[in-house]
Write a protein that binds this ligand. Sequence first.
Ligand code: SF4
Length: 448
Amino acid sequence: MEQQLFEQFFRAAPPEIDVEAVWREWRALRSPYDINSRHLPLPVWARRSFTESGEQAWSILADDLEQFDPNKAFCIYIHIPFCARRCSFCDCYSFPLNRHRERHIKDYVGLLDQEMRLWGALGTLAQRPVSTVHFGGGTPPFLGADAFSRVVQSCQQCFQAGSHTEWALESTSSELTDEIVDTLDSLGFTRLHIGVQTLEDPVREHINRQEPAAVVLNKISRAVNRGWIVSVDMIVGLPGQTLGGLLSDLKTLAGAGVDGFSLYELQVSHRNRRFAEQYHLDDQPRLINYFFMQAASRYLMALGYRKTLFNHYARERDTNLYFTFPERGEDCLALGTIADGMFGDYHYRHPTYAAYCRGVTGVFPGLQGGLRRNALENRLQPLTTALMAGRVSSKLLIDSVGPILARRWRELALLAEAPHADDLHLTGSGSWFVGNMISQLVEQAPPG
Ligand code: SF4
């Protein structure tokens, strides 16, 4: 049955996809690496509970930040939870603002400003260089040009975020109006992540996208012509999606000058349950999503993109500084509702919107809780970072997990030798299972 599915799926695959290699990789999988058990990498706070309340975490961070090197760079993440409307397929934490839109935006921008001033007064944070400021969401441009500019100004006033900083944001194409794009340009933004998801117009209709593919492509081309680095998010597992359609999308976007692709599997949760029921997504074999991922990954590499993260494929100039801050050993100051950040080995998180709005005061940035990595998590941190980045040295692997698990991961074809290097790289299966690999690592790593 599964073999039939494989044959049907790859029947018309183009020569860029080595179908036999996909088959070998898939058939090498063994327990506990079951396609249906795949989960994404979990942050520390999701694997075990917070050990400190928000207030305690804030006090610990205030002490810790006194000790940090003022020359050490860090990155900033700012979460904007608002969207123009709720897309039926989306399981992100975001919501539309219909009533009292202006008041919500004004208040939220005020809270972010208050938070930045509090953090900026801690230790040496205001002196340290900022590598990147990344706005995620939600749809950050939904704030509108004026409110968005105020957030950027607060950031510039509180931290060393200037022309050396990579300014980046996520958006749907429909929020990228000429006015907002001009504003972003004048504010120094050079990097754009667009949630394209698919260019197949019938599939776009299923997921309630506002603009047809031709308009999206036009906006991408204009951003590319401004010299911006453009990265797109693509989803597999959408109703009506086909292999030919997905590969054609990737080719078209590559031809339009897209620098990077992030590949996601459609996640079903309470937030998009109705959509999943409408399209009977629970009846679809998840194996198909694995095949889509394998095909897309191999096709992007054939188009000249390199895997720079377990799910991101990039051309050379796409350095993607926010996604890669752990590799550079940087800290991350996260601001806004549900945003999670880390300084050294201390992790913290903000609560959901209402609690965040109530929690931020003149002396407290509304944190939900925090926890410090334990000795085992600290020892495994270089390896988990390397796995997330998609490549790992054999020595680091054996030192961290011991020879048995290291050999097992290679037998299961989760890791393979990288061409022309001593390192190992995450295969297509490894990219699918990286979250499970990290979980297995934490459960089975030999004591230090
Ligand atoms: S897909 Fe993007 S625009 Fe749509 S609801 Fe989710 S975060 Fe908002």
